[in-house]
Ligand binder design. Sequence first.
Ligand code: 4FV
Length: 226
Amino acid sequence: MTFHVLTIFPEFFRGPFEHGVVARAIEAGLLTIRVHDLRDWTHDRHRTVDDRPFGGGEGMLLKAGPVFDAVESVWPERSEQQRVVLLSAQGRRFDQATARRLAELKELFLICGRYEGVDERVASHLADEELSIGDYVLSGGELAAAVVVDCVARLLPGVLGNEDSAIRESFGEDGLLDCPQYTRPADFRGWMVPETLLNGNHEEIRKWRKAAALEKTRRNRPDLLQ
Ligand code: 4FV
């Protein structure tokens, strides 16, 4: 899978993708990340990418022109296997089900907002979908793009070795949070690991984990049970 990321801060992405499973997957050729500098699609001496909002108001907005030119120059045509996603605080919520859907694509183009946002004509006439990683306001879409890349990359075939499986984890098929997990020592400061997990009775362990996942979901995310 190839990820394209459009940003005014290309150097931002030097850090996040040089560690762990994503870095290993890139080395293994399982995915490619191409970062594009939005200013490469400006034509004025100041390489202007922003302007004031019509109707007044604080701050600046990313102009539509350079964004359209960037996407259309990287993808003159667009197939069903190629989707453009605008990351913004006004998007639909990004979640694991969305990640599973995006992981089926051949290519994903992520547009990172900055300033107060992006001219609405990008959302309405260029992007296939607008996604938000959460109900809070970031200073830019770069962190959100890094979240989407990391989350989708983990779901690509061959990216996760067996040491870090996506089989049983939060927001899996059952939509529950993952169950509590423990590792050595069994006794840490007098806090013991639940007996069931130490007895090796796999059926008992499976039942305990199911109940514990339900209990933790009910406590931390009752909305998931609706
Ligand atoms: C955001 C989010 C987000 C809004 C203005 C960047 C900021 C600035 N993106 N999920 N939440 N974006 O807050 O994706 O342009």
